[in-house]
Design a binder for this molecule. Structure first.
Ligand code: HEM
Ligand code: HEM
Length: 184
């Protein structure tokens, strides 16, 4: 049973922080992989990508736990059963992707024998090289990355469809905490 009819302030902050950073990180990652960067320019940028990614993991764990504790509110308007199911899969998929991207990135680095320095604050130490594990990490990073980019696109399209076509409170309650009875 949903405990709430809208998203509380903390849920909204969590959502938008992760939304902006994850979209930024997908763009950043694609630029690193396909931006045609020179070797010497790529190194420092990869270090920044990795550092932000590790911080995303920390914030992502908190964000997912908060959602589990709060529960999901019921949908803002009546919709067909397939859309209810699709939205549940999409929301869990987005959260899983948010955690899998940093995990796979760290896996691919540390088992390739490279420590992950997080802005010089702390480091995840390098491990003895295990090539297959490092390769599994980078393949996962790549494919989950593409999957997440596709899922985010569908997710944003769905949010816009609810707002402009169905004109329901789906987007408004994520922006301002609105519910049928008013803002929370
Ligand atoms: C929310 C977190 C993250 C997101 C959304 C993200 C996203 C991406 C994407 C979309 C790519 C391009 C696809 C690819 O070739 O793999 C990429 C590349 C890369 N990512 Fe991440 N990443 C995240 C975190 C991390 C972390 C924590 C690390 C390492 C500790 C990391 C290391 C890398 C590296 C080294 C590349 C370049 C791969 C290449 O050029 O072959 N990423 N990232
Ligand atoms: C501009 C981009 C985005 C917009 C406009 C947007 C909009 C929304 C809206 C309106 C909801 C409420 C859906 C409902 O009540 O059924 C929602 C929920 C959600 N969104 Fe997004 N979103 C965006 C980006 C993202 C990104 C990048 C992620 C994660 C990678 C994400 C993850 C989630 C999750 C997990 C939920 C379920 C509720 C929660 O725990 O926050 N969203 N989004």
């Amino acid at each position: 049973m949903p405990k709430t009819s809208t998203y509380d302030f903390i849920s909204r902050v969590n959502h938008w922080v992760i939304a902006l950073v994850v979209i930024g990180m997908i763009g950043f990652g694609l630029y690193l992989a396909y931006g045609g960067l020179a070797r010497e320019d790529r190194g420092p940028l990869i270090a920044i990508h990795k550092s932000i990614g590790v911080l995303v993991f920390g914030f992502g764990v908190w964000r997912v736990l908060w959602r589990i504790v709060q529960g999901f509110p019921a949908s803002a308007s009546a919709m067909p059963a397939w859309q209810e199911t699709a939205s549940k899969f999409a929301h869990w998929g987005l959260m899983a992707g948010t955690l899998l991207m940093p995990l796979s990135g760290v896996l691919s680095s540390v088992f390739r024998g490279r420590a992950v320095e997080v802005f010089g604050w702390f480091a995840i130490p390098a491990q003895t090289e295990i090539t297959w594990l490092a390769s599994l990490g980078s393949a996962t990073h790549q494919f989950v990355g593409y999957g997440l980019a596709a899922l985010v696109t569908v997710h944003v399209a769905a949010a816009l469809k609810h707002h402009f076509h169905d004109t329901d409170l789906t987007l408004k309650r994520m922006l301002r905490g609105e519910s049928q009875t008013g803002p929370s």
